[in-house]
Design a protein around this ligand. Structure first.
Ligand code: GLU
Length: 298
């Protein structure tokens, strides 16, 4: 009889994370995400991490961060300490950006939001449609990507502010095989074909925020050895960009699980300004954590 051998190393413990941004109060949608991550970690004898995604220094505040801890403690969740705060790791995201610049896959983008808007409006006034990303935002025009090196250097030297953007076409051309991700959100495990080009030249860093959401999320998921990313369905399509960046930066790919969203009475995704579904409002109204679990359908 063939001898059953134990793997030399015990299987890696699954690692889950809940990664809110402290730019508003947590609502029922966040509660669903946090509960799912916490419960899955418990059921699978895994780890549950909390990550504070506070790269946007203008919208994130210490008050909102303190409220996140208060709400999650009230819900009965426990997470490992210390908590990773993205604002303490800008130099790490900077090196990831530098790697993309060194690979010739990032370029300085000088156009302001207003300039892009005007360009798109002028184009569409002629009856043509400008390409848009899965969230409905227009793709960044190709002018800056095509700019001569002299012009680029002159502008940078002249102190014109700019963002770094990914040269999507060049990045996709580097892939050695079709890009996909493993998704378990529908109940079974599926391999989903990823289409990062649908996003155009995504932002990697801005003059006022030294890293973008896409860049810091993939770096942190790798640093924290996240094995399972469990998050709302609103980030389903962004996963294509995350998988692309993981390939370009040589980072491992977690398994993804995009869960249903909690919708407001108007049928739309909850926003942080919707007071009636805010966790602290519900707490002060006398609801219990068990009520919150019920309200999010768990
Ligand atoms: N920080 C993001 C948010 O609050 C979530 C990022 C993620 O789970 O990948 O929407």
């Amino acid at each position: 009889m063939a001898e059953e051998t134990m793997p030399a190393h015990p299987r890696q413990k699954p690692v889950f994370r809940f990664a809110p941004s402290p730019n508003g109060p947590l609502h029922l949608g966040h509660a669903l995400s946090a509960f799912l991550n916490f419960d899955l970690a418990r059921e699978n004898e895994g780890r549950f991490l909390l990550r504070i995604e506070d790269i946007d220094r203008t919208r994130c505040t210490p008050e909102f961060e303190a409220a996140i801890y208060e709400d999650l403690e009230w819900l009965g969740l426990e997470w490992e300490k210390p908590v990773r705060r993205q604002s303490e790791h800008f130099s790490l995201y900077q090196s990831a950006l530098q790697s993309l610049i060194d690979q010739g896959l990032a370029y300085p983008a000088f156009m302001t939001r207003g300039e892009v808007k005007a360009k798109v409006a002028a184009f569409e006034a002629k009856g043509r449609t400008w390409p848009r990303d899965p969230d409905g935002s227009p793709h960044y025009p190709c002018d800056d990507r095509r700019m001569s090196r002299d012009e680029r250097e002159a502008r940078q030297k002249g102190g014109k502010t700019f963002a770094w953007r990914l040269d999507m076409q060049a990045a996709v051309a580097r892939l050695k095989q079709p890009l996909s991700w493993t998704e378990t959100g529908s109940g079974s495990q599926q391999e989903i074909a990823a289409d990062p080009a649908a996003w155009g030249d995504v932002v990697l860093s801005r003059s006022d925020a030294p890293s973008s959401y896409h860049l810091s999320v993939v770096v942190d998921d790798a640093v924290q050895e996240i094995t399972h990313v469990v998050r709302g369905r609103d980030l389903y399509h962004a996963t294509a960009v995350h998988r692309l960046l993981q390939e370009l930066l040589g980072l491992p790919a977690p398994i993804y699980h995009h869960h249903r969203l909690i919708l407001g009475t108007d049928g739309r995704k909850l926003s942080k300004s919707e007071g009636s579904t805010g966790l602290s409002v519900l707490r002060h109204e006398g609801r219990t954590p068990a009520d919150i679990r019920r309200m999010v359908g768990l």
